[in-house]
Ligand binder design. Sequence first.
Ligand code: ADP
Ligand code: MG
Length: 165
Amino acid sequence: MFALHQPATGTPVVTPHIIELNDVSKEFGGVTVLDAVSMQVPAGAYLALGGVSGAGKTTRAERKTRSLTLLNELGLEHRSHHRAIQLAGGEQQRVAIARALINDPEVILADEPTGNLPHELWSHVLDLLEAEWKNGKTVIVITHEPGVAARAQRVVRLRDGRLEG
Ligand SMILES: Nc1ncnc2c1ncn2[C@@H]1O[C@H](COP(=O)(O)OP(=O)(O)O)[C@@H](O)[C@H]1O
Ligand SMILES: [Mg+2]
């Protein structure tokens, strides 16, 4: 359960996996959304999970057991379920990120963090996430935007219930 990993700075190190999925499957009404997905995320990684809308990215994020879903939790305390939402505007989204980071989480799981943001604010959010990564945090960005995914160290895509890349 260890990986040779290239951290934000310095030489490759052997780190434990902070997240592991083993043969995770999920279907909704007979439609397979996740088809025996397995993957490991080393501590300190900056990973992007891509795939078209409806591919199962959010479903997969919800199946992570040892990670914290943070960026989208603001204002969700009253909700009975834990579906991620997209925040309405740039201000709210940045406040949400700031609040999430105050807790100093080990893992940042950002589901469509640029979802409702105007383009000019994307780099602000992505810079914040990158700064956390450089600070040693594990960052997982879930996005259907190739340009957002490209900021990560490694990109995997969900397609037909399977991971590629
Ligand atoms: N609670 C649910 N009931 C039925 N179908 C669902 C439910 N949640 C997600 N789905 C379906 O599962 C698929 C994957 O959804 P989701 O993980 O939200 O996709 P993504 O985040 O990649 O856009 C979609 O076809 C969606 O309609
Ligand atoms: Mg989603």
